[in-house]
Design a protein around this ligand. Structure first.
Ligand code: CU
Length: 493
């Protein structure tokens, strides 16, 4: 008898031993978790909601204020589905399908343990049925089946927010990828009971990809292109629903010394984001919106389609910090570029700016401060040769100003038909040799960015400016090395 009782017990014990469980834990159940993980879903399920309130909903880049109440409550959410035509890029219109009239959809903020009474209201002018799948919901389809709604109708369902975290919501009506591609996604934050550490600014940013019949920038009302979506060949990758939504007047703002939290999500439908902020390090990252592990000092955080992350950081010095998907052609050629403008006092200890520009000589093995003459270049014999050579030098400019000379809307000004350049050729010399920063109006559009000074010889600057002046409908003319020499900002070494 004794043998019969003991053998199954040993067998069970052997099966349940996991690396983090010591032999003395032989009686631990098969579902044992590492000590750092606490189960909260059952406790949250048991929490009784007290009172009722309407959820404040916000459009990106803003988020509702942190929740300060200490108990669960019934939160009523009214989210309106609306099909609207709007701007995808300068001159490019798109028929967006939205949660709340804009892309991304309204930001929803509830507390862990809350009972959420959700109303999906479909505007009578809509042409399609829609529904919502909230990743914060525990239950069939995340609410999709319960919320399928025809135009002019309203569906209601309820759920208990038993898991804290930052979650994507999206339409899940077939064809799902098309509904999502048209803009049907947003974020819902189920705030942990103890909240997040206080910061000075909280913002909402969501990345997504668009597929249009015309190529990037092709003007007019652009229809959705299913073939491109299936091959994941996005024409646009954007933050907050359009090219330039977070640049110029839409830029996020903060003051030096302040802390900033970004609730960042990826709506997709297809592309993962390598989310990065040029010039900053994320002090903390809640990867994938999780509540258990905080990563520190992260340069780039990967956010999956249908996923989210919470990042926070202190901005120590003033400047324009650039939000990008570090898959860089998306940032510089498809629109995934935003700005955080930080004002305040310089701190030269944290960042000095350029303090010296000396000649570097690898042969001598040291950096010398005494300039030497630039290597001898055969001067261009005539204007035609200057233009041809300038086309090669233009390789220094193409990433920002583009091979077409059209620049990038809201980020880099056009050189094509540029009223700014054509008015005065000396401006081009000063820009290339001295760099530019701050507000600039070109062809009636305001830009506010940074152009670094380029280390080019007088001959090279003359060639590239002559090339630009004689391309893309500009007014022609010639810039000579003597012009450059007389007007350059930073002397050539
Ligand atoms: Cu839909």
């Amino acid at each position: 008898m004794k043998l019969l009782l003991t053998l199954p017990a040993l067998w069970l014990a052997a099966c349940t031993i996991r690396p983090e469980i010591t032999p003395s834990d032989n009686n631990a159940p098969a579902t044992a978790l590492p000590a750092s993980v606490t189960r909260t879903d059952l406790a949250n399920k048991a929490e009784v909601a007290v009172g009722t309130e309407n959820a404040p909903l916000t459009d990106a880049p803003f988020v509702p204020p942190p929740i300060t109440r200490k108990t669960a409550t019934k939160v009523v959410v009214h989210l309106e589905v609306k099909e609207v035509q709007g701007r995808l890029a300068d001159g490019v219109e798109y028929t967006f399908w939205t949660f709340g009239g804009k892309v991304p959809g309204k930001f929803i903020r509830v507390r862990e343990g809350d009972d959420v009474e959700f109303h999906l209201d479909s505007h009578p002018n809509n042409k399609m049925p829609h529904n919502i799948d909230l990743h914060a919901v525990t239950g069939q389809g995340g609410g999709a089946g319960a919320s399928m709604t025809a135009p002019g109708h309203s569906s209601t369902f309820s759920f208990k927010a038993i898991n804290a975290g930052l979650y994507v919501y999206h339409c899940a009506t077939a064809p799902v990828a098309m509904h999502v591609a048209n803009g049907m996604y947003g974020l819902i934050l189920v705030e942990p009971k103890d909240g997040y550490p206080k910061v000075d600014h909280e913002y909402y940013v969501m990345q997504s990809d668009f597929y249009t019949t015309g190529h990037y920038g092709q003007p007019g009302l652009q229809p959705f292109n299913m073939e491109k979506a299936i091959s994941e060949n996005a024409d646009y990758v954007v933050f907050n629903g359009s090219v330039g939504a977070l640049t110029g007047p839409g830029a996020l703002t903060a003051k030096a010394g302040e802390t900033v939290r970004l609730f960042f999500g990826v709506g997709g439908p297809n592309l993962t984001s390598s989310f990065h902020l040029i010039g900053e390090i994320f002090d903390h990252v809640q990867a994938e919106g999780n509540t258990n592990t905080t990563m520190e000092n992260v340069q780039t955080t990967m956010v999956p389609a249908g996923g989210a992350a919470i990042v926070d950081f202190r901005v120590n010095v003033p400047g324009t910090y650039i939000l990008v998907d570090h898959s860089l052609t998306r940032a510089f050629n498809k629109g995934a570029l935003g700005m955080l403008k930080v004002t305040g006092t310089e701190d030269k200890v944290v960042y000095s700016g350029k303090t010296d520009d000396a000649v570097y000589s690898p042969e001598g093995g040291s950096v010398r401060n005494n300039p030497e003459p630039a290597p001898l270049q055969t001067p261009a014999a005539n204007k035609a040769e200057r233009i041809a050579r300038g086309a090669t030098v233009y390789g220094n400019c193409v990433a920002c100003h583009q091979a077409t000379g059209l620049g990038i809307p809201n980020a880099f000004p056009p050189l094509a038909k540029s009223d700014y350049l054509n008015a005065d050729k000396i401006r081009g010399i000063k820009a290339i040799t001295g760099g530019m920063q701050g507000k600039l109006v070109v062809n009636g559009t305001e830009f506010n960015g940074v152009m670094p000074a380029l280390s080019l010889s007088d001959e090279e600057v003359a060639n590239v400016l002559t090339y630009v002046l004689n391309s893309w409908g500009n007014s022609g003319g010639e810039v000579t090395p003597a012009d450059v020499k007389a007007n350059r900002i930073v002397p050539v070494h």
